[in-house]
Each structure stands twice: as structure tokens, then as C-alpha cells.
Design a protein around this ligand. Structure first.
Ligand SMILES: [Zn+2]
Ligand SMILES: [Zn+2]
Length: 246
């Protein structure tokens, strides 16, 4: 139904609670006709997350494995006042910067207003390309404010398919919030990315169980950035130019 060509949110063993390697992710992506993956390990403040040197060294990875383009990335943790848990020069060395709110990462944010404010601050950071799981029930956000900020600052918002994983304990996915996010993104012209958030290689590109939900919200391939590698590359080039100016 949707022509998914890329997965912009994946984890490996290096995140501390992932169970596959970059090689396995790439190989599985290739078998599933996924043409590009972003390897987005959790930022250093998540227990078990890699040290900052891990991120500055990611450039040693090949550009492409098994015919799959590899973006070297991070899922940085959003802290108080929207601060990320990796310094600017290390963030700049990466191809793709995602950011999201997570437990046990040192922030003291405690309600919707604070989660929203921190997320909007992260969106304003020119080094941030995508916000992960904005429709999470764990960190409820004022979605209208977040979508408007994403529109203004040209940031991708994620539809996180992993949140609906049936085997995941305490799944954070919520159909109504996801539909609301999709409708607002359409209204304000914000690009969405339908990602797996894979923590095991078989989950790469596993997003099909969300098709009915996003269809109900009127989403088409046009609204999704990960239906075209060209769209992703153009977006990243525009964002790279923004980074230079930081
Ligand atoms: Zn996350
Ligand atoms: Zn993740």
C-alpha cells in the first residue's frame, strides 16, 4: 500500500539493549528491498548507550552495505530545556540526527507542558533532523505545538511502528494520537517518516502493521519522506547547509 524504501530509525547491540549488528541490519534491509537505513543508537545518557567516541568514530562505517545506503546517526536524548546528550561537534560529524524523550536519561521533565517545551527546543536546534515517537503515550506532547514547530524548522516527525509491537511490554503506541499526529502533519506540510525503531534485525522495515492507521488519517506516499531516497537525500542536503551555518 505504501512504498517504503528506507528506515530512518534502527538500533544495534551498541545501544545496550539491541540484539543485532550493523551488518545484520543491512543484510536484512537488502533482502526486504529497503534501500537506505539510518543507524541511530541511543545517546550516551541512556543506560547502556555508547560513549561519545562511538559517534565520532562512526565515519569508519561504509557508505553502503549489501546495496543498502547507511546513514550514521543517533537517537539523542532530549534533556531539560531541550538540550541533547551529545556535543555539537560530534552531532555535526553524523549524517542523521534524531532526538526523542526517554526514561532514565537525567532529565527532570514531568508533565505535558514541560515535555512539549523541551521537544520544541530540540526542534529549534538546527542539527536535529527528526523527532522520534512524538505520539508516545509515555511522554504526551501538545502535538499541535510540536507539528507547527517542525513545520517552521523543517524537521521530520516520526510515526513509530515499533511502539505498536505486540511483543513489547508496555507498548507506547496509541492509535488516536498517531492519527492526530498524521492529520496535523498533513495540515501543516510536515514530512513524516514511518520507521521500525528496530532493536533486532528482523524488525528492519517492519512498519506494515501501521498502514491501516495512517491510511485512516489520509496519509499518502507524498506525506512520507521514507518512500523515496531522493526525497531523503534532498532533505539532508538542505539540512547540511543549515548545519554549516551553525
Ligand atoms: Zn526512542
Ligand atoms: Zn529508538
Amino acid at each position: 500500500m505504501y512504498n517504503i524504501k528506507a528506515d530512518l530509525h534502527t538500533h544495534t547491540v551498541n545501544s545496550g539493549h539491541g540484539y543485532s549488528t550493523v551488518d545484520e541490519l543491512a543484510r536484512t534491509a537488502s533482502k526486504k528491498d529497503i534501500e537506505l537505513i539510518a543507524v541511530t543508537e541511543h545517546g550516551p545518557s541512556l543506560p547502556g548507550g555508547p560513549h561519545r567516541y562511538f559517534f565520532s568514530n562512526m565515519s569508519i562505517l561504509p557508505e553502503e552495505m549489501y546495496g543498502v545506503k547507511i546513514l550514521k546517526g543517533i537517537e539523542a536524548n532530549i534533556g531539560n530545556k531541550g538540550k541533547l546528550d551529545l556535543n555539537e561537534s560530534d552531532l555535526k560529524s553524523l549524517d542523521f540526527v534524531a532526538a526523542g524523550l526517554h526514561y532514565n536519561t537525567g532529565h527532570t521533565l514531568s508533565n505535558k507542558k514541560e515535555y512539549t517545551k523541551a521537544t520544541v527546543e530540540a526542534i529549534k536546534n538546527p542539527l536535529v533532523n527528526m523527532i522520534t515517537h512524538p505520539a508516545s503515550i509515555y511522554y504526551p506532547l501538545d502535538l499541535e505545538k510540536v507539528v507547527k514547530a517542525a513545520s517552521m524548522h523543517d524537521v521530520i516527525l516520526e510515526v513509530n511502528a515499533g511502539s505498536f509491537h505486540p511483543k513489547k511490554k508496555g507498548a507506547r503506541g496509541n492509535k488516536n494520537l498517531t492519527i492526530k499526529l498524521c492529520k496535523l502533519a498533513r495540515k501543516h506540510g510536515v514530512l513524516l517518516s514511518l520507521n521500525s525503531d528496530a532493536h533486532f534485525h528482523t524488525q528492519v522495515g517492519q512498519v506494515h502493521h501501521l498502514f491501516d492507521i495512517i491510511k485512516e488519517a489520509g496519509i499518502t506516499d507524498e506525506n512520507l519522506i521514507n518512500t523515496s531516497i531522493d526525497k531523503i537525500e534532498t532533505f539532508l542536503e538542505d539540512n547540511r547547509l543549515r548545519k554549516i551555518s551553525v
